[in-house]
Design a protein around this ligand. Structure first.
Ligand SMILES: Nc1ncnc2c1ncn2[C@@H]1O[C@H](COP(=O)(O)OS(=O)(=O)O)[C@@H](OP(=O)(O)O)[C@H]1O
Ligand SMILES: Nc1ncnc2c1ncn2[C@@H]1O[C@H](COP(=O)(O)OP(=O)(O)O)[C@@H](O)[C@H]1O
Length: 207
């Protein structure tokens, strides 16, 4: 893995058009909505539903999905702890750039380790990092198993699978928790609505 902070003699270059001007143009405030949870918990479903809902309100968002990033930016990384940490760090840096551009950046990654998520939180002004915990039981995720990965993990054909033989550390102080009510998972529209309401209440959907 690349060593961090190898560059020396570098200087920050400021530009006349700044974040506030971009936000005014877009009539919204840039932020990062970071969705964490087990595989199959509904991260991508929420990310897409949220992006659609924001679009219909005239708000610009962009989804960074863990699976998709691993096809490009993060294709050199696997699933051992240090690779996951680098995966989260890179994604956090990209999300920070999108937020600086004035967009509502929706990152959906398992991001199983608390420390890695907190590293991303520390990259942004605190209120601009909104951690959403998909608090779905492992049994539900495993029953869904849309990619058949839990089955492979249970059969020992995938090693170090989150929730099976690799840990998932739930958030302690997340901004939003999505969970079952009376044994039912909220619909994608309801899940997105919960996040949109939070963004509205905190003033992110106006400049
Ligand atoms: N060992 C192991 N553990 C967990 N997940 C695995 C593993 N191997 C492959 N996959 C598939 O990779 C997707 C998760 O990628 P992420 O980048 O979100 O993972 S992480 O945040 O770095 O932990 C995840 O996608 P989602 O189901 O969308 O979460 C899986 O499809
Ligand atoms: N709120 C929901 N209600 C019913 N099914 C859902 C819901 N959210 C996700 N699913 C289904 O669960 C499976 C896993 O969802 P997905 O968004 O791919 O999870 P993740 O990105 O966390 O792996 C998919 O088949 C999806 O259609």
């Amino acid at each position: 893995m690349a060593t961090l902070s190898n560059s020396t003699n570098i200087f920050w270059q400021d530009c006349q058009v700044g974040r506030l001007e971009r936000q005014k143009l877009l009539n919204q405030k840039g932020c990062v909505v970071w969705i964490t949870g087990l595989s199959g918990s509904g991260k991508s479903t929420l990310a897409c539903s949220l992006s659609r809902e924001l679009h219909s309100k005239g708000k610009l968002s962009y989804v960074l999905d863990g699976d998709n990033l691993r096809h490009g930016l993060n294709k050199d990384l696997g699933f051992k702890a240090e690779d996951r940490a680098e995966n989260i760090r890179r994604t956090g840096e990209v999300a920070k750039l999108f937020a600086d551009a004035g967009l509502i950046c929706v990152a959906s990654l398992i991001s199983p380790y608390r420390r890695d998520r907190d590293t991303c939180r520390a990259m942004l002004p605190d209120a601009n990092f909104i951690e959403v915990f998909m608090n779905m039981p492992l049994e539900l995720c495993e029953a869904r198993d849309p990619k058949g990965l839990y089955k492979l993990a249970r059969a020992g054909k995938i090693k170090g699978f989150t929730g099976i033989d690799d840990p998932y550390e739930p958030p302690i102080n997340c901004e939003i928790e999505i969970k079952q009510e009376n044994g039912d998972c909220p619909t994608p529209t309801l899940m997105a609505g919960q996040v949109v309401t939070y963004l509205e209440n905190k003033g992110f959907l106006e400049s």
